[in-house]
Design a protein around this ligand. Structure first.
Ligand code: FE
Ligand code: CA
Length: 486
């Protein structure tokens, strides 16, 4: 090992005890799979809740070995190497493990400071021209630590899926709220140290660690990963009161910590993951490039929401998305994104200004864009609203007889909103007949993708206020090739 490993801040070079404290307290993760490679992640943090955000690590950089094997016992190594976990990056480790076979399962682990990490399972995607076998992916969002136990993550791990999409609100930024089943450590987070420590608290959860260790993840952040309801470079309100410079610093710290703690291949968050000729995942960032919410946000009947120049993606991302859809890379085009896409207006004509209803021109341009390009099977995947939905996407939402041009599937939350209920009455159904399914259960969604159909199972846990709840399928739907809608 590099001699710098043994330099402690302020003490100079000293002989460390033979074993330092176990550094892999935050588990391992993998993500952004490609046909020949996958990103591997870990962070060294023997004491992850330390206030300075450095997880109890010494001030120097640390050498970390990584290994990829075909088998869980690491009897046949196929890739490996050494990387440096840098102090400046809070000793996070990101490795692009290359030279792998397409469409193959692998196991990986790390070694540092005389300790071995837990073992993770991951896989690569099929080659671009591969017609591909049926595969299963899960999608989930909104895991407020305070709202309950991460049992849904445990059940996701048990699925041993091929892929997991996380659609935002991986952490919540608030301070502790008394009366919840468990509590955030420290007040509302603002600094890089705060965000690193918050990731430390979340990632020590064994259910979350199990979900990461079971499959590669493809993640995109939403508002709570930074601050509730922020939009682009703006804040919805000045709560908590921050100067412009303090807000800029907070936003930068949040994105930096997100990048440090997720198995991301690159810093640009909107990106495509291809699954051979079977499916393409267009992952969107609807938070960083959007205009401010119309009429001050929340639920409003707001004419300004219809302004043609408004955007939720920004022009560059919109052009990138339409170009990618037009390439018709796979049988199914999944748009993995954050906020409710279909129209949903209430009896007073109000709609959620934080969702696509607050950016109607954006929605119209993208829907029309995929229709014009002859995209056969567009399916929007959504998080954010802590309940499960299945929606038809309409050419004209004011006309129920207009063409159905796509499908939206909204996963519920992992914990946010608490235990939930058996309620299945679709809110605002009278004004929005294209909304077809609703569930108030916590959990996740599972999609089994084949060439001619996709089976969708909405999975719900009975409770999040106690540990170990069972999961069950609340409702299933089948999407058919060439027939948009539920
Ligand atoms: Fe949320
Ligand atoms: Ca959100």
């Amino acid at each position: 090992m590099d001699r710098r490993t043994f330099v402690l801040g302020g003490l100079g070079a000293v002989a460390l005890p033979r074993k330092v404290a176990y550094p892999f307290t935050l588990g391992v993760a993998s993500g952004d799979p490609a046909p020949g490679s996958v990103v591997l992640w870990t962070r060294l943090a023997p004491s992850p809740l330390d206030a300075d955000g450095y997880g109890g690590m010494p001030s120097g950089d640390v050498r970390v070995e990584w290994q990829v094997s075909k088998t869980e016992d690491f009897g046949s190594l196929v890739a490996g190497g050494t990387v440096t976990a840098r102090r400046a990056g809070a000793h996070t480790v990101r490795v692009v493990a290359g030279g792998l076979k397409a469409d193959a399962e692998y196991y990986y682990r790390f070694r540092a400071q005389g300790h071995l990490s837990p073992v993770g399972r991951t896989r690569t995607t099929p080659a671009a021209g591969d017609a591909g076998r049926e595969f299963t992916f899960l999608f989930a969002s909104c895991a407020n630590f305070e709202a309950g136990y991460f049992t849904a993550y445990r059940r996701m791990a048990e699925e041993r899926a091929d892929l997991v999409l996380h659609l935002g609100d991986y952490i919540y930024e608030g301070g502790p709220k008394p009366g919840h089943v468990r509590q955030h450590l420290g007040p509302e987070i603002r600094t890089l140290a705060d965000y690193r420590r918050r990731y430390g608290q979340y990632k020590t959860d064994p259910d979350l660690q199990a979900a990461h260790a079971a499959a590669p993840w493809v993640v995109v952040p939403d508002d709570h990963d930074v601050e509730d309801d922020f939009a682009g470079t703006s804040r919805l309100d000045n709560i908590p009161a921050l100067s412009a410079a303090q807000w800029q610093a907070r936003r930068a710290a949040a994105y930096r910590a997100y990048f440090e703690h997720q198995p991301l291949r690159a810093e640009r968050l909107y990106r495509r993951i291809r699954w051979g000729r079977l499916a393409t995942f267009h992952m969107l960032d609807t938070r960083q490039f959007r205009d401010p919410q119309a009429c001050g946000g929340l639920w409003k009947a707001c004419p300004d929401a219809n302004r043609p120049a408004r955007t939720i993606t920004g022009a560059a991302q919109e052009a990138w998305l339409l170009d990618g859809l037009g390439q018709k890379l796979g049988a199914w085009d999944f748009l993995g994104q954050q906020v409710f896409f279909a129209r949903q207006v209430n009896a007073r004509g109000a709609a959620n200004m934080d969702a696509w209803d607050g950016y109607r021109a954006s929605r119209d341009r993208i829907q029309r864009g995929w229709v014009q390009r002859g995209v056969r099977n567009p399916v929007v995947l959504t998080g954010d609203i802590h309940t499960a939905w299945a929606n038809d996407l309409k050419a004209d939402y004011a006309d129920p007889d207009s063409a159905t041009v796509g499908t939206e599937l909204v996963c519920t939350s992992i914990t946010s909103r608490g235990d939930g209920s058996a309620t299945a009455t679709i809110p605002n159904k009278a004004n929005n007949p294209h909304l077809k399914f609703y569930s108030d259960r916590r959990g996740y969604s599972r999609a089994t993708v084949g060439a001619t159909s996709v089976r969708v199972d909405f999975r719900g846990v009975d409770a999040v206020s106690r540990r170990g709840a069972a999961v069950r399928t609340v409702r299933s739907f089948t999407l058919r090739d060439g027939r948009p809608g539920i």
